[in-house]
Design a protein. Sequence first.
Length: 405
Amino acid sequence: MTHRRLIPLIALSLLLSSTAFAQLSGTHPDYRRTYTDELLYVHPLLNYAYDLEWRFDWHRRQLSANGLRLATGSVAAEELLTDVDININEPLNDKWRFQGRFTRLGLRQRAGSDEQLLLGLERSVFDSSAIYLMVNPQYRKESMDLALGYTIYKDDREQYVRAGLFLEDFTYARKNGVGATSEQEQIALQWQVRLELGNEWYLYTDGEVGNGFDRAFDNPTKSPEIAGHQRRENAAEISISRFEKNGLGWSFWVEWYDIMEAMQFRQAGSDYDFNNTQFNVSAEHTRVVGDRHRWRFLVHYVEQRAESIGAEAHIYDRADLLGGASYEYLWQNSGAALAYAFGQPDVSYMPAIPVNGFEFNYYTDKLIASWRYRFSNDAQVRLTLSHEVSNQGFGGGSVQFQMFF
């Protein structure tokens, strides 16, 4: 077996071994656990974020090559940020292609962690397009997902327009073991688009927007605590970017995330209806001066609003202005960098009992030292250590890795 064929099999085994168990009805995260975190957005958006070059290359090759990327770093004494993507795009013959997708997203500013595995086939149709069908082979059959759609390609699959339907837990009504019925099946529109705008600028957008589920638990013997559960989680991103081989790059993007969860319990007074929306406007600029000196500048503005009705009722408003600057000295295959990152949150929390509310707008900042090594044009690793200046403590370490094969 050739080395080229062995690597996709190793990656596929990682996909299969990482299959996630879906969140069971009746469990829910503590949405308020991050409300007092001054560095809530500094960690993921500045300290541990993939840089412009890595993101640009990932978007360019995510449907044309096999790829793996990960970012992981400490965000709390007991929590680790995890962002993992594995893409398999393996030709089987001139018409068929095996495709695999695995994502693990554990971000403290979102609702817990999420994993998704999709495996399937793509079939070429017409001259430069394809249809695809992918499934999530979960251990728990009620948590199986189905994705199907159509993709138009150009530029050796590095420009694309992909749109399809995602049917989450599409066997839930027939396979759940708690006597639940689906009042509303969850169907979402998924898309991925990368197109050249001219003058080496590229548009990229992806997202998933759907109606969510609505489930009733009518059998108190099989479900003694939960009577109803509704949930909807949507996200989207759009960006325009340019990156040149000399290291000069610009990127502007907007991200949107929205979650709603409502639960009805058999015990009176425990019901709640929670909504959380986050909106992020960002810009990044990189340049290399004199072949040895690489500069990177980042700025974000984030707005978050969360509201809960019923048990633990509250309103939470937050606005963060974030920024960072990095200087990196470059050698032939490596680089060492020192960066400064800051955040200025403006937070207001108002619970049902006003005396327990709070407000704060503390300035927070971090010093970050990093080292990167380029194994080849297809593989890089980056290690960081940071110090929280304002909080006077260790800011955590991280590992970032990206490769194509």
